[in-house]
Design a protein around this ligand. Structure first.
Ligand code: 9D3
Length: 265
């Protein structure tokens, strides 16, 4: 038996209670029960020294909002780091960070231990970022209320890259068929619902034809919704030529109308 790689997440937050539900369900719950993933939550206020357990202060130089005080963060990180054999790669969740994508998820999954630090308030004292943080990560160009939900998202996405976390057949599938295209549309029973039929081909039992139909829809749908993905997707020259020849409005439902900004024409 080869040992299964596992990953440990430490999370530093003023809201550890936010993490209980989401991480204990479904795939992540099973992965934790199987010992493939562990999540250790730490309440930043445990490293304050005043009666009010203060973690923020007003910014030097003035301006709106509050800043996370550096001392509780430094002391917490110093105490959490030796709690396991390997020191953690320290990630600060921040709107100023590197945008999370598949490549970054894979990079993060190469570490056996991640310490995710969740920000609140307008920001954190810059010295923490300079001296205690390895990487700042953003989940996208929109504002959320703090680093906790972004950290959960990182845990979910990174844990899925650990062998055994998904069903073995499913993770294999994700490796083998990761051709950079969007998925084909899915249907289940009933074959007709409120007058809306399932595409006839799917009921035909002609598996080769169904496979071709699905591939065509994946190509058309990727071009319509995410043309940015096509340059790096694995298409045969024949498929590229076929797609070039298709009218732009093919293969999508009418709900995508002329004003839809995803249209490329
Ligand atoms: C007014 C300037 N805002 C910066 C865009 C202040 C601000 C808003 C929200 C500062 C921090 C936050 C809390 N957000 C996060 O901590 C956060 C976040 C995000 O808002 N978007 C995308 N990724 C992330 S990761 C952490």
């Amino acid at each position: 038996m080869t040992p299964s790689p596992s990953i440990r997440f430490d999370v530093l937050t003023i809201f550890p209670g936010m993490f209980a539900g989401p991480l204990d369900q479904s795939i992540l719950g099973r992965a934790q029960a199987a010992g493939l993933v562990s999540v250790h939550l730490h309440d930043l206020r445990d490293w304050t020294h005043d009666r009010h357990r203060t973690v923020d202060d007003s910014p030097f130089g003035g301006g709106p909002g509050m800043v996370m005080k550096p001392e509780p963060l430094f002391e917490a990180i110093d105490e959490i780091q030796p709690q396991a054999e390997t020191p953690a790669y320290v990630v600060f969740m921040s709107p100023q960070g590197r945008r999370l994508d598949r490549a970054l998820v894979d990079e993060l999954a190469t570490h056996s231990r991640l310490l995710l630090v969740c920000g609140r308030y307008e920001g954190v004292d810059e010295r923490v970022l300079e001296h205690a943080v390895d990487l700042e990560v953003s989940i996208g160009d929109f504002v959320v209320s703090g680093g906790e939900i972004p950290a959960m998202l990182v845990i979910d996405a990174v844990a899925r890259r650990i062998p055994g976390v998904l069903g073995s057949e499913r993770s294999l599938e994700e490796e083998t068929f990761d051709d950079g295209l969007l998925e084909y549309p899915h249907y289940t029973r009933p074959a007709e619902l409120r007058g809306w039929p399932v595409p006839e081909i799917l009921l035909s039992g002609h598996h080769a034809e169904i496979g071709k139909w699905r591939r065509r829809l994946r190509l058309l749908r990727t071009r319509l919704r995410r043309p940015d993905l096509l340059s790096r997707a694995s298409l045969t020259p024949k498929e590229r030529a076929w797609l070039e020849a298709q009218p732009l409005e093919t293969g999508e439902r009418p709900a995508l109308d002329a004003t839809d900004e995803r249209r490329i024409d």
